[in-house]
Write a protein that binds this ligand. Structure first.
Ligand SMILES: *Cc1c(COP(=O)(O)O)cnc(C)c1O
Length: 365
């Protein structure tokens, strides 16, 4: 038996009829940029997250960058980001014209450590950008408290956390605004690139709406230098159909995660730590191994695909050479990056596939 790390084909096999109907509706509508399909998805996703507004954009990177720009973040400013994340979080800050200021994670949850945030704040800090890494919400209560006390807005990078909850509230409703990616592999994925911002603040929604569309609120009237980053109506229609199954599919992920947790308890692997106040969306099931290379090769030979999220932290990427942050600058993050392995998890894994992964991980760890 072979279990790939991830396969997206079963999505269409399960809900193909709804997806085909959504495509057909858009094709026949004669309306191919913004318009009613985008508005309908924005309303549906805001209601799902529990926010007043949602603005559909082109991708997750733009979602973050446009919020930062709408908040006036730019040249000479700093934004606090996790040292342990996908590079997109940092790039959004750079594209807004500001400087990413990395803060180390809590080594158990992998999410930004609230206690270290305060020490990183300077006169130039204009936003805090926590990531809900792997699908578990960052510890948002202390982060919001710091933000409120210091007058610094908090933007969630919720790209991996569609449907996750923290103290009863959904990711997307945990900060002053949240950015989502609907990259195809995410828990709520499009069939191409797509993203969205959620927020309660009406003025922020209006600003992001203008920024995503050339800075224009009224046709041919440009108040600011915006970009072209509009959620595509075809993707919006497909996402609307997929949103109907998000909770059920996240439950399937959670069931697999709890089987893995029980089955791997006695192995020399560090298993994911879950916070009691949060419901994990299980975007990824990440373990840590001191002998990652051998572990991955053994699994590969036994027909189990794995991945690494992520092999190199942003501060050691050539793209950020200008920050002159050397190896050893963020030791917790570097240690995590050296040891993490992502195992197959997804709403379409069969019981037999999960059994196979368990058996082979037990034989390889
Ligand atoms: C996927 C992802 C993004 C970027 O999303 P795109 O839609 O590819 O721009 C940003 N942050 C995190 C944590 C992600 O996983």
């Amino acid at each position: 038996m072979k279990v790939p790390f991830l396969s997206l084909k079963p999505i269409h096999e399960e809900i193909g009829a709804a997806l085909d109907a959504a495509c057909d509706r858009v094709l026949r509508s004669g309306w191919y940029v913004l318009g009613p399909e985008v508005e309908a998805f924005e309303e549906k996703f805001a209601a799902y997250c529990g926010t007043k507004h949602c603005v559909g954009v082109g991708n997750g990177l733009d979602a973050m960058m446009l919020v930062l720009r709408a908040w006036g973040v730019g040249e000479g400013h700093e934004v606090i980001v996790p040292s342990n994340t996908y590079i997109a979080t940092w790039l959004a800050v750079s594209y807004a014209g500001a400087r990413p200021v990395p803060v180390e994670p809590d080594e158990a949850t992998y999410n930004i450590d609230p206690e270290r945030i305060e020490r990183a704040i300077t006169r130039r800090t204009r936003a805090i950008l926590p990531v809900h890494l792997y699908g578990q919400a960052a510890d948002m209560a202390p982060i919001r408290e710091i933000g409120k006390r210091r007058g610094i807005p908090v933007l969630e990078d919720a790209a991996q956390a569609h449907g996750a909850r923290y103290r009863g509230k959904r990711a997307g409703a945990l900060g002053n605004a949240a950015a989502f990616s609907f990259y195809p592999t995410k828990n709520l994925g499009a069939f191409g690139d797509a993203g969205a911002v959620t927020m309660d603040d009406k003025r922020l929604a209006q600003k992001v709406r203008a920024l995503r569309n050339y800075g224009s609120r009224k046709r041919y009237v440009n108040e600011v230098k915006g970009v072209n980053s509009r959620l595509d109506p075809m993707q919006a229609a497909l996402l609307g159909a997929r949103l109907d199954t998000l909770d059920v599919w996240n439950e399937r992920r959670a069931r697999i995660a709890s089987r893995y947790m029980a089955a791997f308890e006695d192995l020399p692997l560090v298993l994911p730590a879950t916070l009691p106040e949060s419901a994990h969306a299980w975007h990824l099931f990440v373990v840590r191994s001191k002998r990652r290379k051998a572990f991955r090769e053994a699994l590969q030979a036994r027909g189990v695909g794995t991945d690494v999220h992520y092999p190199t932290p942003p501060h050691l990427q050539r793209a950020y050479a200008e920050l002159k942050m050397r190896k050893g600058a963020f030791p917790i993050s570097e240690r995590i990056h050296r040891e993490v392995v992502s195992l197959p998890i997804g709403p379409h894994m069969s019981e037999a596939e999960v059994d196979h992964v368990i058996e082979q991980v037990r034989a390889s760890a």
